[in-house]
Design a protein around this ligand. Structure first.
Ligand code: PRP
Ligand code: URA
Length: 211
């Protein structure tokens, strides 16, 4: 069975996507807007997280409240996933962060692993993979494989933009990973960049575009 794809449909998402897509948007505004979009995306992606009751005392009286249950691993794919991390961690301050480093080889388009330090054993209960761009799906599938190997039973993927090709590939190869995206674009170009997309997310977040 194909995994569930949640495509955000909200005026704020459409507005902020217009800002990040615009080539004139300066890096500081780009980063701030990635923060805003990630917050909106995380609201959707976390709506089925488990909570557990907890007894506390307010300044007025004892009360039974709810707290998130289980260990949540936020997994940014370097570099561009770093741009989404602050927004997620502001919403999930007790989550763990486990970085995975992959860059996409320009010639082969295959993800090349350069950083992975997941601990042996004792996996988190939920893995929330964050990367602004789901293009061919190679980087995301490499992250899914790493988290599966660690033993994480439940995986979610949050991306700002996705190409239909990448979504289809993840749906076939990792049917139990839930996918959340702000937009599904038209296609990939000959260099496997998303069209119309927003360009190179890592470069724009890092202010590393050619001047
Ligand atoms: C980008 C992006 C994804 C990947 C998507 O990273 O952030 O990780 O490409 O492409 P794919 O779906 O075809 O694998 P990139 O490899 O450019 O590295 P960076 O984040 O360091 O810029
Ligand atoms: N990586 C990016 O940063 N942008 C794309 O459009 C595709 C891959």
């Amino acid at each position: 069975m194909a995994n569930e794809l949640t495509l955000l449909d909200h005026p704020l998402v459409r507005h902020h996507l217009g800002v990040v897509r615009d080539r004139r948007t300066p890096p500081a505004v780009f980063r701030q807007t990635v923060y805003s979009l990630t917050t909106l995306l995380a609201y959707e992606a976390t709506q089925d997280l488990r909570t557990a009751p907890c007894d506390i005392v307010t300044p007025i009286a004892p009360a039974r409240v709810e707290r998130l249950a289980g260990r949540i691993a936020v997994v940014p794919i370097l570099r561009a996933g770093l741009g989404m991390t602050p927004a997620i961690m502001d919403l999930l301050p007790e989550a763990e962060i486990w970085h995975l480093g992959f860059y996409r080889d320009d010639a082969t388009l295959q993800p090349v692993e350069y950083y992975k330090k997941l601990p042996p054993g004792n996996p988190a209960d939920v893995g929330l993979i964050i990367d602004p761009m789901l293009a061919t799906g190679g980087s995301c599938l490499a992250a899914i494989a790493a988290l599966r190997h660690w033993g994480v039973p439940r995986l979610k993927l949050c991306a700002l933009l996705a190409a239909p090709e990448g979504i289809a590939r993840v749906q076939v190869a990792a049917p139990d990973t839930q996918i959340y995206v702000c937009a599904v674009d038209e296609r990939l170009n000959e260099n496997a960049y998303i069209v119309p997309g927003l360009g190179d997310a890592g470069d724009r977040l890092s202010n590393a575009v050619a001047h």
